[in-house]
Every structure is written in C-alpha cells, then in structure tokens.
Design a binder for this molecule. Sequence first.
Ligand SMILES: *[C@@H]1O[C@H](CO)[C@@H](O)[C@H](O)[C@H]1NC(C)=O
Ligand SMILES: *[C@@H]1O[C@H](CO)[C@@H](O)[C@H](O)[C@H]1NC(C)=O
Length: 433
Amino acid sequence: MMQCSLLLLLELFSYLNPNDSEKISDPVASYKLIRRVSAEWSDIVDYTQKSLYETFQTVLKYAQIPQEEDLNGAASGLIRLQEIYKLYPHNITKETALTADEAYHVGLVAYTEEKFQLAFLWFLYSLEKLTEYSTTTRLKLLNYLHSSAYDFGSLPVAIYFCRQHLNLDPDNEDVKVLLNLYKILYSQRTSNPDIFTLNTGSSKYETLCRGEVVKRTSKRQRALTCRYSTGGGNPRLMYAPVKEEVEWDDPQIIRYLDIISDREIEILKNISRPLLSRSETIGGVSKDRTSQGVFLGEDYPVVARVSQRIADVTGLSVDSAESLFVQNYGIGGRYEPHYDGCDDENGRIATFLIYMSDVAIGGATVFPEVGVALKPIKGSAVFWYNLHKNGQVDLYTLHAGCPVFRGNKWVANKWIHEYGQEFRKPCSLSYWE
Ligand SMILES: *[C@@H]1O[C@H](CO)[C@@H](O)[C@H](O)[C@H]1NC(C)=O
Ligand SMILES: *[C@@H]1O[C@H](CO)[C@@H](O)[C@H](O)[C@H]1NC(C)=O
C-alpha cells in the first residue's frame, strides 16, 4: 500500500505541476485521473500510520487533493463541453475509454443537472461496458435508462427499457406501475423526440464554436483577400513581407501568418510557465475555469522583438500599449463574450492576438455579432480595431474564446492604446473609420 501511495502522490504532483498538466489534454483522461486520485486518496488516509498521515495532511492542504465536489465538477465540465460541441460518449472516449462505473457517475451528474438526454447516452455507454467487476449493476442502469428516457419525453424508449427491467426483476411492483404509466402517457402523447440524436445548444456563440458558420457568412469570408504586406513600406518588412489575410471586413479583422517563429513561441512559453499561477489549474475540467495569464515586460529580448514586429505590421505605436499578456487555457478553458475596448481617454484602440498553439478541438475566437469564427493557428495572429475613429467602442467587436475541448491553447495578447497614435493613425485611415 505504501509504495502504491507514493507512486500515486508522484503522479498527483506531476499532475499538479503546471508544466505537466499541459500533457493532460483530454477531458476524459483528466476526469479519470481526478476520479482515481480522489478515490485512492481516501484509501491512503485509511491505511497510513499517524505520523505519515500528518505529513499527508500537509500535502493535502498544499496540493488540494481533489474531493468529491471536484470529481462532480470534472463530470459537469465534461458534460458542458459535450453539449457545446455536440459530442456523443463514443466520440470522446476513442482515445480514453471510461469504465462502466465512471460512465455511470457521469450519467448521474448529467441526470442531477436535468440533462436527461446526455444522462441517457452515458447510461447506455455504461451498460455496454458493464463487466462482472463493475460496482454498478444492470438493474440500476436499466432503471436510470427508462427514467431518463421518460424525463426526456421519449416514451417508446422508456417503455422498451422498462420491459427489460421487468424481465430481470419480474416481481418489482413499482416498475410494473411505471410501465403502465409510460404506456398511458404514450397513448396520449403526440411528440416523440429522438433521444439517440444530439441536437443541443443552438445559441449563436455555440454554433460558431462548433464551426457551423452560416452559409452567407462563409461565402463572404471566402471572398475576402489574401496578400503580402510591408506594413505600408516599413523598411524592416521590405525584404520580408508578412502574409496577411482579411478574415472579415466590418469590423476589419486581419490575420497575419507566420508572424512568430516556433522558437520564439517556445521561449515565451518557457518564460511564462513558472510565472503562471497554478492555483486555478487544480480540479481539471472545472466549471468556471477560464485561463491563467501573465504580463511579460520588454526586458526579455524576445518580448521586445515581438512588440517591435507588432508596431511594424500594424503601423501603430506600441509605446503606450500594455505589456504582452501570455495566457494558457487548459481543458474547458474559455473566455466569455466581452469587449476589449473601453471608451475612456486612453482606450484600447486595437487588439493583436497571437496564437502560440494549434488546438485539437475547440478554442476558436468567435465574434457572435458578425458570425465570424477564427481558428487558432500556431504562429499566426489576428488584429482588429476595438474603437471607432470617434473613440467609441465598435459593438461588432464583441468576441469570446470558445472552450478548449481537446488540447491546450496558448495565446499572447497585445492591447494597443490610443496615446501615441496621433501621428500614425492617418496612415491607417482605411482601417479606422
Ligand atoms: C461523433 O459521432 C457522430 C456519429 O457517429 C459523427 O457523425 C460525428 O462526426 C462525430 N463527431 C466528432 C467530432 O467526431
Ligand atoms: C524550453 O525549456 C525546455 C525544458 O526546460 C528546454 O528543453 C528547451 O531547450 C527550452 N527552449 C528554449 C528555446 O529555450
């Protein structure tokens, strides 16, 4: 037991270490680990000698061993991601399968949250995975399968699983009563929603996050151009023009490709990792988890170089800009819809957002007011003006970061302010109306 506990602690520490937590890039794997750690932790507490137990207590305090609510939080985060990205249990368990007991727990959390369809699908998955070693039973699962089908409104399916339940447990009077109830309700019911087909989350934001851009928008987006730019004849760019694409015209959103090298990205990540607060990384797929961020000053040569490049390609002064803000989003990490600009005296006129990683699923930057979704592309950056020429916030620039489903999202933000642009803005008049 002792050796096993130490191994577990080592694993736990590597999980809590922000450098390594990047390796857990799959919400299902993260859920499994949290579940194992929280279950085994109670074993450790039960079996350990008193002196060691006190040491562990310290560790517990320091490391915040995941507790039951963290486990429920992880399941809840998983369910939320599933809803947004319309994913079935079989979609997300390809790399990492869940056991019948794990799937049963996820189903229970979904059921408690009254997400009956997802609960049903997880109970069904659990039934497929059931073995003689499972703690959960066929009876329990059949019971939840007909209840969740009933709660979802799919009566034929409720009747089907209710009959299965009765086959296994023929004398159960309660289930007989339920079966009769389902039959009566079915005879009165006209609608019969399909419980096997996911059809959730139709808000503009979620649709965009899934990449289901409306046809009109995608046609318009395709019509936009791609060109090489020298930042209006900037000497530093004359011999190495940057490739730029117009992602959208109103507000104008420009993507610069290969604006930062892999090596520069690696250095920026290396600088940031130890500075990022780890407090929020615990608990894995937490419900409200967003991101961790750190401002980097220009005393790092790489930061100064990136700042200069931003000034060169945008033609704006970065003298009054904020320091480069590096952010890391883990699984579930997102940024709710917001404006960067504020119309105070020295507002953030523009945003330069550098993508320092690709993201396997999720993590797009979306503009719900105009229907644009920008995919993270490692080494590229997107740029837009937040303020109109008169200094007021451009309401079309409302944007959000979609939750990361699989992978790890790294970005660096440079917010450019009004002061210092007095002599530069005339050059960029076309961008800034
Ligand atoms: C999930 O599975 C469904 C049905 O099998 C499939 O149509 C869909 O493309 C899958 N989605 C992803 C993201 O793999
Ligand atoms: C970043 O850190 C890793 C691990 O410490 C190291 O191997 C790598 O060489 C560093 N990269 C750069 C570009 O400094």
